[in-house]
Design a protein around this ligand. Structure first.
Ligand code: CA
Length: 242
């Protein structure tokens, strides 16, 4: 019997929670449900889910706070469900630390696809981290003139002397940009590379995560090239014998 990834579904609207759980179970996931924030934290601590689907609007402890506390406890990928499209920027601004966002109503097919993509990414990162330093070949462990240092093996980042805590998705996005400093990467290519999506339907997700990188690492770090994409701004190129 193959491994069934454990997914915790946190949603107070029971019909929605039930529908998500039923679909995920049919797709081969092990699913548990929680209907409020505190129950979600207790369940996560006891069950160690590999991914959490988290609705923002919850009674009592809201989704932001649940996400923060989940991440403080141990890193777990969080896919957040929002009621409105413009809520995503707000959540990113708050530094909630979710890895992906979907706006209701969403298709179950897309939810499953995003969950699979997120789990694949986490698995890929884990094997890259345990293999050898810089084994994935796209993380520079160096200090550039912005004082940014990225350690691909431990997946840690420092700005000057201070360690900066990034979510797994923020780290992947930064690594991707840092692999080609100064080069403009399109939203579509970042989406494909970091999120593993082939289509370009979620390019706003890229924008949202760039926003959170800027908030954590400084507004000037990532340059927007209007109509094209993003580039990591560096004082000068890292010394790699270019
Ligand atoms: Ca809700």
């Amino acid at each position: 019997m193959s491994h069934k990834p454990r997914v915790l579904v946190v949603e107070d609207e029971r019909t929605i929670a039930q529908a998500i759980a039923a679909r995920l179970e049919a797709e081969g996931f092990a699913v548990d449900r929680a209907h409020d924030g505190l129950a979600a934290l207790e369940r996560a601590a006891a069950w160690n889910p590999e991914l959490v689907v988290l609705d923002v609007m919850l009674p009592g402890l809201n989704g932001h706070e649940v996400c923060r506390r989940l991440q403080a406890d141990r890193p777990v990928p969080v896919l957040m469900l929002t009621a409105r499209d413009d809520e995503i920027d707000l959540l990113v601004g708050l530094g909630v630390g979710a890895d992906d966002y979907m706006t209701k109503p969403f298709s179950m097919r897309e939810l499953v696809a995003r969950i699979r993509a997120l789990l694949r990414r986490v698995e890929r990162d884990r094997s890259a981290a345990t293999a050898a330093p810089n084994a994935n070949g796209n993380v520079n462990d160096n200090v550039n003139d912005n004082g940014l240092r990225i350690d691909g093996a431990s997946r840690r980042v420092w700005s000057e002397a201070d360690e900066v805590h990034l979510t797994p998705t923020e780290f992947d996005l930064l690594s991707c940009l840092a692999a080609k400093p100064g080069t403009v990467l399109s939203r579509e290519s970042l989406l494909a590379e970091v999120w593993g999506w082939a289509d370009a339907s979620g390019t706003r997700t890229v924008d949202s995560h760039v926003k959170s990188l800027r908030r954590k690492l400084g507004a000037d770090l990532v340059r927007t090239v209007r109509g094209v994409g993003y580039a990591l701004e560096i004082g000068s190129a890292p010394e790699q014998g270019l």
